[in-house]
Design a protein around this ligand. Sequence first.
Ligand SMILES: *Cc1c(COP(=O)(O)O)cnc(C)c1O
Length: 390
Amino acid sequence: MSRYDTDFSKMDFATRAIKSGEGPDPVTRALNTPIYETTTYGYESTEEYDRMLAEGADWAPGVYIYSRTTNPTTVAMEKKVASLESAEDACICACGMAAVSNALFSTLNAGDHVVCSDDTFLCTSSMFADILPSKGIETSRVEILELENIEKAMRPNTKAVYLEVLSNPQLKLANIPAIAELAHAHGCKLIVDNTFLSPCVLRPLELGADIVVHSGTKYYVGHGDALCGIVAGRKEDIDRVRYYNDNLGTHISTFDAWLALRGTRTLALRVARQSENALALAKWFEARPEVDYVIYPGLESHKQHELATQLFHGGHFGGMLCVHLKGGYEEMAKFADSTTIPPIATSLGDVVTLMFPKKPYNNLIRLSVGCEDVNDLIADFEQAFNKMKE
Ligand SMILES: *Cc1c(COP(=O)(O)O)cnc(C)c1O
């Protein structure tokens, strides 16, 4: 046995984020996983090719035939993800929406019904409002904080419940253990999008969810430089996800898979810092006279704060924070426009703090808190409040 065959599965999350899925390249001993920029792979003989094809039919590890199906750089990231999500297996895709689509298409067929949260990412909402119904899949959208809303929406043909663990932008925290129990009692799968928290804060598969998806573009990649989608769960479910990923052609580019690998190594470090900064900022904003209310699961004022302290790991509450100022659109815009550190931008999970003023959501300001020095952020927001009042 080689020293590089160490089993990291029992080690801490931070160690697994760095070590899992990676090791010296078997051919060159390159310590960092190389970018295998190749579409195809050469075989010795027809016999060997046929054998690989047979073995690769269910994407056996180490069987490479064509890079839409499998690629060594991509597989390294999938192994790392499976370890971090406490999953049997994981599939990575082109982007978060590819992950959402593959999770749903591999679970639902025409004639099935799915119950979905009423507070979801914009494109996910299009899936439930338009795309799935147009393919013969019935959808019901319900407020998922009340379990009885989910229960009432169940039909004999319901196959899945779909929700975002921490919703966008209202940061409602789903009670995963309770909803998983309810879904399973009705013979349904629970599929959850955990983009807003990352596995560093909460791991839905450990709490009873069947399939977890992420926009890996956000916290996993962490630097705003690559698109990535993640689906993790049981091997039999991920095999079906792979079938769709392969046949729909939603595979990730090798370079983006490599950037995702590199970003993920620092996931634990980044999320710890982002959580620490976000909690300090949440408390600071809550005490400001210009602020109407703050939404952050780490604050006692958050409706599911108790649940968050039960379910979240490491005393972290994540980096997503929403602030509602007194006044209206004008105050929000003046404040946002007066800041200097956070760009006004969509997306989240980056090392840089991102600010997204949301007019359609009652002028809520969504902050994805980054890894900057928190005193610099506070000083910037303070001078923005002063300018706002000028
Ligand atoms: C961004 C996002 C997605 C979509 O991810 P892409 O990588 O942009 O395709 C899905 N769900 C949530 C919660 C997101 O924030």
